[in-house]
Design a protein around this ligand. Structure first.
Ligand code: NAI
Length: 255
């Protein structure tokens, strides 16, 4: 299998993507700033069939840590030809209460971290003249505003990611490097608790706000990521695949 590098692999969607790729026999480089968490997922991935799963503690908002992570991946497993830029953070705060540090923190992880993950991966692919596939994890908030508000920093970071996907797709199409976005709807992960407040009756809101009437399971997002990485999506680049139960299509949502 192809070496697959996944950021934010310790939890939620990244973990589900890691376990799905593992079961298809891909060697994995798993990055997360949660060191204990990513070690546990790497062990789980090897049990599921990954020939090797390397756990790398790294903060994707650090240029040096991302570069070091790629160097470790290359030395231990080889150049990753499949990359999932998934790690992200959310703060639920209205714009007038968002400090510049809040803003910079969210943009630094979500947008700059996604850029660094893509850039360093593309550099290695170009250096070895290898084709590759990259999937970036965007959000419905890149496309529609939340009725509940309070996420201008997050929405801006995800809008940036979706623009980055299109820019990179066009820049590197001639090199055989595909770049796509996946748009998860409200997905049952710890991040969703930040968006909604953990004590909220999320299931009840899902029934009224999401056309399909329920949250996504992380594994359902992982399936779309896996498809976009694979040869069946060989002519797909610069696209977004919405896996959101109709949330974006509906246009107005409270998540
Ligand atoms: P999660 O909170 O379960 O997992 C995110 C992982 O990223 C965690 O393991 C965390 O430690 C890691 N991480 C955060 N900042 C990092 C950094 N600076 N460096 C390295 N690792 C870092 O969240 P979830 O839901 O799995 O989110 C994954 C992606 O999906 C994010 O980009 C999120 O914005 C996106 N998303 C999630 C939705 C949801 O409803 N859960 C909806 C739409 C998009």
């Amino acid at each position: 299998g192809e070496v697959t590098l996944i950021t934010g692999a310790a939890s939620g969607i990244g973990r589900a993507a890691a376990l799905l790729r593992a079961s298809a026999g891909h060697p994995l480089a798993l990055l997360d700033r949660d060191e204990a968490g990513v070690r546990a997922v790497a062990a789980e991935a090897e049990e599921r069939g990954a020939p090797r799963a390397l756990a790398i503690a790294a903060d994707i908002s650090s240029e040096r840590e991302v570069a070091d992570a790629y160097a470790r991946c290359r030395a231990s497993l080889g150049v990753p030809v499949n990359i999932v830029a998934n790690a992200g953070v959310e703060i639920a705060r209205e714009a007038h209460e968002t400090t510049f540090a809040d803003w910079s923190g969210v943009l630094g992880v979500n947008l700059s971290g996604t850029f660094l993950t893509c850039r360093d991966g593309i550099r290695l692919l170009l250096a070895e003249s290898l084709p590759g596939a990259i999937v970036c994890v965007s959000s419905p908030s890149a496309f529609v505003a939340f009725a509940g508000g309070a996420n201008s920093a997050y929405a801006s970071s995800k809008g940036g990611i979706s623009a980055l996907v299109r820019a990179l797709a066009v820049e590197y199409a001639a090199y055989g490097i595909r770049v796509n976005g996946v748009v998860p709807g409200a997905t049952a992960t710890p991040l969703l608790d930040v968006t909604t407040g953990a004590d909220d009756d999320i299931a009840a809101r899902a029934r009224t706000q999401i056309p399909m009437g329920r949250l996504a399971r992380p594994g359902e997002i992982a399936e779309a990521i896996d498809w976009l990485l694979g040869p069946k999506a060989g002519y797909v680049t610069g696209s977004h695949l919405h896996v959101d139960g109709g949330l974006t299509a509906r246009g107005a949502n409270d998540f």
